[in-house]
Design a protein around this ligand. Sequence first.
Ligand SMILES: NC(=O)c1ccc[n+]([C@@H]2O[C@H](COP(=O)([O-])OP(=O)(O)OC[C@H]3O[C@@H](n4cnc5c(N)ncnc54)[C@H](OP(=O)(O)O)[C@@H]3O)[C@@H](O)[C@H]2O)c1
Length: 302
Amino acid sequence: MLEEIVKRSAQMPSQSKVLIFGGGFTGQHIAKVLRSLGAEVLCSRRALAKEGADFVFDSTKQTLLSEKIFHNVTHIISCIPPSKNGEDPVLSSCSKIIKMIPLKWVGYLSTTGVYGDYKGDWVTENSLTKPQQKRSIRRLSCEKEWEALQIPLQILRLPGIYGPGRSALEVIQAKKNYMVHKPNQVFSRIHVDDIAGAIIHLIHLFSKGVNPKVINLADNLPAGNIEVMSYASKLLNLPLPPIESFENASKKMSPMALSFWQENRRVSNKVLCKLLGYELLHSDYKIGLEDCLKSIPLNNYD
Ligand SMILES: NC(=O)c1ccc[n+]([C@@H]2O[C@H](COP(=O)([O-])OP(=O)(O)OC[C@H]3O[C@@H](n4cnc5c(N)ncnc54)[C@H](OP(=O)(O)O)[C@@H]3O)[C@@H](O)[C@H]2O)c1
């Protein structure tokens, strides 16, 4: 689908140089799209040997980044989660230089975890942030750190990210012992193509003065775990593992896994799709999973 985003997006402004902090799953995907649209892109990883690493950045090591990296940078995208102490890894090392350079746009990838639990109700960008999990409290504090810099910033709040190589299809292929069902629990999600597509859309709008501070990036259809897993198993023609109630399953879950089931909200994308006019490539998990299926070789379904 990369070709589709490239086909329908305007080229990046000439002389664009984008620094992506955190070239993991999403960072790499955004980098590919931006490069195809004419931008120079440099991606960080914590080791040069990792795929797609253009420079090394590891906030836990005290190595200073060369100023050369920041030379002529026009856009920055941070895809790095908060550190354990709640500080933003990028800003703890680079805030001074980031403040000094004449940036056109900065995107900070945050999470919809900052909204906390809404018991299945919809959350919009205007909903109160009431994070419960420690990692979401840290995330909100990183959002505030970025805002305090007073740079041309947009905060992009993301629900579960999926895409080729990281989706419900791989979960079904892993043949887990059971699938968890919690009645009325839904999760919102976003395909990685739409993160990249939305970023290009936002960069162009921002340059025309359309610049909301916070934007949710989510698809149209929050859905329950079993609903999504059933569709993935149907696409792969593999059986759905036995379904276990949340009540039973929760007794054997790690605290991290448990924390994902303790919040229930539907993430509204009205600002992105209605107000800002972004057209989703993968409007729901079915269309998104059908796209992910294309990256799985036909003889590799079981
Ligand atoms: N995955 C989800 O469902 C989800 C949902 C909502 C929000 N988010 C957030 O969205 C962003 C992108 O997500 P993703 O799934 O693409 O993440 P990812 O694949 O795990 O990539 C995270 C990137 O951060 C880098 N990183 C982590 N700690 C670092 C540190 N201390 N110093 C320097 N670099 C560090 C990693 O370096 P290496 O490349 O060396 O590993 C990696 O490039 C993250 O902030 C994530 O928390 C994710």
